[in-house]
Design a protein around this ligand. Sequence first.
Ligand SMILES: Cc1cc2nc3c(=O)[nH]c(=O)nc-3n(C[C@H](O)[C@H](O)[C@H](O)COP(=O)(O)O)c2cc1C
Length: 188
Amino acid sequence: MAEVLIVYATDHKGTLRLAEALAQGVESVQGCTAKLKTAEEAVADDVLAADALVLGTPVHMGCMDWRVKKFIDQHCAGLWMGDKVVGKVGGVFACGSGYGGAGGGCELTMLAMLNNLAELGLVLVPLPKNSLGYAQGGLQWGPYGRAHNEDLSPIEGGLPAERAQAARQHGKNIARVAQALAGKAIFG
Ligand SMILES: Cc1cc2nc3c(=O)[nH]c(=O)nc-3n(C[C@H](O)[C@H](O)[C@H](O)COP(=O)(O)O)c2cc1C
């Protein structure tokens, strides 16, 4: 049994589609459930109740959306002060749209969120390069999507299959790690 909390922000549904694919991956693991909340809805008690916290964001100016950072500062900082979530599991994903394959700053955006999750004492789950869909939708830090093609033309038909595959795989991996560690005191 493990619950994975997915906290995300979105304007144009690109990040939401990734979040939904990731949730499918979580729920493909027997006994695991995914809880999706926007960064504006989620509170500290949601994190406390979960075995894993996954953050997803649109890439904004090469960094995370302000709503995700506000969630971290407003609701997670107290958890950090009290060491309340040490040993839970963490992961990230992002949706860019700028020039270049992963968009401008997608990797830095994921690293910034992973940095915040490391501060909380979470066990961070990467996305290994042998993951399904990695070639199109993977970075070692987590899956990424795009709201537009590399030439900035709109992507038709929602989340491309390979990107959805990478997000599902990440959800599955996170759920399995969360299940393996749930209830175990592994630090300190
Ligand atoms: C203020 C702002 C800044 C942005 N900065 C970047 C950026 O630095 N790199 C990038 O790849 N995309 C950038 N974008 C594009 C968004 O990342 C892209 O539209 C994203 O897919 C939106 O996600 P969503 O569909 O979940 O809203 C920016 C968009 C906005 C509104």
